[in-house]
Structure formats: C-alpha cells, structure tokens
Design a protein around this ligand. Structure first.
Ligand code: C2G
Length: 133
C-alpha cells in the first residue's frame, strides 16, 4: 500500500484544496493530511483561521480522498512523520517548490503539484469583506 502525506492549514476548505487532495491521493492508496493546529498557524504562520482545528479536521475527514488527519504542530515534525507513518510520497502545492527536498534523504518521493489558480482562503475572505460593505 503506497502511503502519501501532505501538510497544510486548509481553512475555509475550497476547490483548490480539493484539487490538491484528489491529485495527492491519485499518487498512492492512502492519504494522510497533517493539519496545522491553531497554535502552529498563529505562532509559525501568523494565520488566524476562521475555522478551529477540530472544525477543519471534521471537514477534511468528510473528503473522500482523505484517509487520516493528524496534527501539524511544528516545522520539524516532517522528518519523523515520514518514518512514523511509513510514508512513500510527500506532496505539497508548488508554492512550496524546493522547500522540502531534504525529505528525499529520508527515502521519500517529494512531489510539488501545481496550485489551482485564482482561489485562496485569503481571496475568499477579501471577497466576503467587500460584498458585506
Ligand atoms: N493549494 C493549492 N491551490 C490553491 C490553494 C492551496 O494547491 N489555490 C494547496 C497549497 O499549495 C498547499 C495546500 O493546498 O499544498 C494547503 O494550502 P494551505 O492551507 O494554504 O497550506 P499552507 O498554509 O501552505 O501550509 O508545513 C506546510 C504548511 O503547513 C503548509
């Protein structure tokens, strides 16, 4: 069984996220999503989410491509995650291209997939703000 993992915030889950999850799952048989916790988002990415970790987790668990959701609590956990979860392939959108190539040293295939254009959580928030004025 080929095991794939990807990491992210996945706030205001949208079709760009789903496009990524669908393509990530197509690279194997089992997809794990390491979901950024609220603390990690704020302390490390200065992101304030609309949905809490538990809400974002329940949304991801409802997506047919996702087999398991685990917490992402630090930048450093990726290396050990590859071994703990017996990962074959690590996947991220290509806005991260090159940033995680070091995981190849753990015997993991590293794949960067093209981002879906024109959609982002930030864009959704901005659009909502303008329509509400
Ligand atoms: N994504 C995409 N297309 C979009 C928006 C997002 O393909 N239009 C992808 C991103 O490239 C990422 C995933 O969806 O691979 C999740 O996006 P975010 O929630 O923005 O994740 P990010 O904040 O980039 O966190 O340790 C890695 C970080 O946790 C990644």
């Amino acid at each position: 069984m080929k095991r794939v993992i990807t990491y992210g915030t996945f706030d205001l889950l949208h079709y760009g996220h789903i496009n990524l999850l669908r393509r990530a799952k197509a690279l194997g048989d089992y997809l794990i999503v390491a979901l950024s916790t609220d603390d990690f988002n704020w302390l490390e990415k200065q992101k304030k989410c609309c949905f809490s970790y538990e809400q974002r987790k329940s949304l991801l668990e409802a997506v047919r491509y996702v087999d398991l959701v685990i917490p992402e609590e630090s930048w450093e956990q990726k290396k050990s995650d590859m071994h703990e979860y017996h990962i074959d392939t690590f996947v991220m959108g290509d806005d991260w291209r090159g940033k995680f190539d070091f995981l190849r040293d753990e015997g993991v295939e590293v794949v960067y997939l093209e981002r879906t254009p024109e959609i982002s959580t930030t864009q959704i928030k901005q659009d909502l703000n303008t329509t509400q004025k």
